[in-house]
Design a protein around this ligand. Structure first.
Ligand SMILES: *Cc1c(COP(=O)(O)O)cnc(C)c1O
Length: 390
């Protein structure tokens, strides 16, 4: 008999009832060190007092109003997003998938309004993940996600990841946009080289194609910059944000330049819940904390410490691990064993990690993880690896 919860997940037999910073506490009282952070969502850890205060403070005032009214909390969040990024404007969503959908719509409408509605092809990359809607699965195109869900939405072409020759051959003045994650998350923590991202920007400039970056996982300080593309010194035309921006509350956003957003007018898009006061009160507090001058410096210092310890872990278990990759606190351990086995061994050592494609174990700890917790995390990963060495 089918479970009452639609069985679309392979769930571990653990339920959490409480969280404190980097720790998730199960119903049996076991304390797990959380290096998954709800897949890069709990950017400030669990139950951050300032986020709890932002949420409960807003909860006592007003939760929801329609977007047919002014929403000052939404304006405040949009102000912060515009102030700290390339963007001139932001649309607030509830999730990354919704952000991807709007980004795709924005590209199509842009070219339609330019009088070129046939210019709709968006180039994407193998290994990409942009969400689970019909549009987002068509964009990413991975076999696992699209099988059985056809016919797929047309207008996407997947290219081999990081293959600049393939991109140069495919892009033309008929290309509507190039859409990619600067660091692939689900694809296995695969960062694109800064020079490749700069080349993509140049190719977009040369052909007029819009550059759409999906920073749903890599954004909000995860890589040590507020957004990963800052390392390359380029700016996109459109960017999707979600996961860390709500610190655990469902929240996302599409950021855009005035030019890229120019076709979007009253009536061209909407959302009942998107930009509600509750979500925006929390997101505003997350943005305020992550953009404090010392915050990202600390993320980078701790990322250096974790990386160094992980290099040691790889050296200590050459049969289990191949290498460390990623940036900041968005790290992947490429494995020689099935990453799912390591995730399970981690449960036994009370440390939470997440598997990804390309045989990669993902480490996405809260950005607030302490030095002591980093030491403890690597000690637990070391014991988990030892379990698999046999
Ligand atoms: C998680 C993710 C999404 C989808 O976000 P949801 O909030 O699950 O809809 C899109 N793009 C990337 C890069 C992601 O990591």
């Amino acid at each position: 008999m089918i479970s009452h919860v639609l069985p679309t997940y392979n769930r571990a037999d653990i339920a959490f009832e409480r969280g404190e910073g980097s720790w998730a506490i199960a119903t049996d009282g076991t304390r797990y060190l959380d290096l998954g952070a709800g897949i890069a969502v709990n950017a400030l850890g669990h139950a951050h007092p300032e986020l709890v205060a932002a949420l409960t403070g807003q909860a006592g005032r007003i939760w929801h109003v329609s977007n047919i009214y002014q929403i000052p909390q939404q304006e405040r969040l949009a102000d912060l997003l515009v102030e700290h990024t390339f963007a001139d404007t932001a649309f607030i969503t509830n999730s990354g998938t919704e952000a991807a959908e709007l980004a795709i719509k924005m590209v199509r409408k842009y070219w339609a309004e330019q009088g070129d509605p046939e210019r709709y092809e968006i180039l994407t990359f193998e290994g990409a993940f942009h969400g689970r809607s019909t549009g987002a699965i068509a964009a990413a195109g991975s076999e696992k996600m699209v099988k059985g869900f056809g016919p797929l939405m047309p207008g996407f072409r997947q290219l081999p990841w990081a293959d600049m020759a393939a991109l140069e051959a495919a892009i033309s003045d008929r290309t509507a946009a190039v859409m990619l994650e600067p660091v692939q998350g689900e694809g296995g923590i695969r960062p694109l080289a800064d020079e490749d991202l700069r080349l993509i920007r140049q190719l977009c400039d040369r052909t007029g194609a819009l550059l759409v970056l999906d920073e749903v996982q890599s954004g909000m300080g995860r890589t040590g910059k507020l957004f990963a593309h800052e390392y390359a010194g380029i700016i996109p035309d459109i960017m999707m944000v979600a996961k860390g921006i709500g610190g655990g509350f469902p929240l996302g956003a599409v950021l855009a330049t005035e030019n890229a957003a120019s076709a979007m007018v009253a009536g061209s898009h909407g959302s009942t819940y998107g930009g509600n006061p509750l979500a925006c009160a929390v997101g505003t507090r997350v943005m305020e904390i992550v953009t404090e001058p010392a915050f990202l410096a600390e993320v980078n210092r701790k990322a250096g410490l974790l990386r160094q310890k992980l290099e040691g872990l790889v050296a200590a278990h050459p049969d289990v691990f191949e290498l460390v990759r990623g940036q900041g606190l968005m790290l992947g351990l490429k494995c020689k064993v099935a990453p799912a086995d390591l995730v399970r061994a981690g449960y036994a050592e009370h440390v939470l990690t997440v598997a990804a494609a390309d045989n990669t174990l993902r480490l996405l700890p809260p950005l607030t993880i302490t030095d002591e917790e980093i030491g403890e995390a690597v000690a637990r990963l070391d014991r988990a690896a030892a379990r698999l060495q046999g």
